[in-house]
Design a protein around this ligand. Structure first.
Ligand SMILES: NC(=O)c1ccc[n+]([C@@H]2O[C@H](COP(=O)([O-])OP(=O)(O)OC[C@H]3O[C@@H](n4cnc5c(N)ncnc54)[C@H](OP(=O)(O)O)[C@@H]3O)[C@@H](O)[C@H]2O)c1
Length: 338
């Protein structure tokens, strides 16, 4: 079948005069999509912080507008020029350039290079794969580093910062399900109930994590930290990590600056690991999806997401930019699907 003249719905962000960016659901043609070996009918996408930045004109994420954001997509192959994928295969695409400068998952169709495409793991539904999406994949990437470093559920307390956000809440649920003693740090007192339901043993405020003394080393509190916040939070947790502990950082919600001495590294052998999930090589990607659909697959998945349609994405993005969101937004392209 020739799809090139097929119309489909997509969220389109346009730059207007005065540097204002407006998002609207519009009709597009398949022929307008970028070249690629795999055309996918998208059933689900999910909202990530990068999408909020792309939708509001951050040129570091998206250079040219009009643009369709959406760094995550899951759906069904409708045409393939790669023998490894057949029509009707259920597949996932997260990261790489999807939704950044390549037309993304807030649309009924995407066309992408086959090297970006992951076959859906058998133990996850397409919907579950997008509840997880880049946020869960990022959480799992950090947990993978903990495991590789030898951190076990018996090693001690594991801290998650920005815990009510998409990455944070997913990390709390995955770690708790795997048996770890999880301490969740959140700026939203109202998120305590959700975080406890997801398995956090303790929920503490942002202030309880942040150090204001400026001391080079703080009493050891954590054996592992999954930080989404950066800035003084990251500096504080590095200084409060126990001997031979590990800190991962994936985000910079507070700041992209890090002010810390080398003492935690040379006196306590603390390890700092950066997480950059978008460019994860395919071999590791498949390993991580196995982990996500296996020992990290948590039963509370239905409690962690809010379902929205394409039309509701702009409002959800506003909430995200104002840090009002707990958990994850799942974008359902066909809300009537069972
Ligand atoms: N490197 C990667 O591969 C990768 C992948 C995905 C995401 N990220 C990054 O990770 C971060 C989190 O993403 P997300 O999707 O979870 O975002 P999100 O859903 O918007 O959640 C962010 C959470 O961080 C906390 N927070 C917000 N502003 C803060 C501030 N000024 N100081 C301290 N905490 C603050 C809030 O949680 P509380 O109210 O509970 O504290 C908020 O809910 C973002 O920076 C994102 O760009 C990186």
């Amino acid at each position: 079948m020739n799809y090139s003249n097929l119309n489909f719905k997509a969220l389109v962000v346009e730059e207007t005069t005065g540097g204002v960016y407006i998002s609207r659901v519009k009709e597009k043609l398949i022929s307008e999509l970028p070249q690629g070996e795999i055309l996918i009918r998208v059933l689900y996408s999910g909202l990530n912080y990068k999408d909020a930045l792309s939708s509001s004109g951050h040129k570091g994420i998206t250079r040219h507008y009009p643009h369709t954001p959406g760094i995550d997509a899951a759906g069904i192959v409708v045409s393939s020029e790669d023998a490894r994928f057949s029509i009707d295969d259920e597949v996932i695409v997260t990261g790489y350039d999807l939704g950044m400068n390549t037309s993304g998952g807030f649309a009924e169709y995407i066309r992408v290079p086959s090297r970006w495409v992951v076959p859906k793991p058998t133990n996850l539904s397409l919907k579950e794969s997008m509840i997880i999406g880049t946020s869960g994949f990022t959480a799992a990437s950090a947990i993978y580093e903990f495991i590789k470093h030898g951190v076990t559920p018996d090693s001690g307390r594991v801290l998650v910062t920005g815990a009510s956000g998409a990455v944070g809440s997913m990390a709390v649920a995955m770690l708790a399900h795997a048996g770890y003693h999880v301490v969740a740090s959140s700026g939203k007192p109202a998120a305590t109930i959700l975080l406890k339901e997801l398995g956090a043993r303790e929920v503490i405020s942002r202030e309880e994590v942040e150090d204001i003394s400026g001391k080079a080393l703080l009493p050891p509190r954590w054996i592992a930290v999954l930080d989404t916040v950066g800035g003084n939070t990251l500096s504080s947790v590095i200084r409060a990590t126990a001997e031979r502990g590990i800190v991962t950082n994936c985000g910079m919600l507070a700041s992209n600056k890090l002010d810390v001495s080398v003492f935690p590294f040379i006196l306590r052998a603390v390890r700092l690991v950066g997480i950059a999930s978008a460019e994860t090589p395919m071999e590791r990607r498949l390993e991580l999806w196995n982990l996500i659909s296996g020992e990290l697959k948590f039963p509370e998945m239905n409690r962690i997401y809010h379902s929205i349609s394409l039309h509701e994405v702009p409002d959800a993005i506003e909430s995200m930019l104002h840090s009002k969101v707990s958990g994850k937004y799942l974008v359902e392209l066909y809300p009537d699907l069972p």
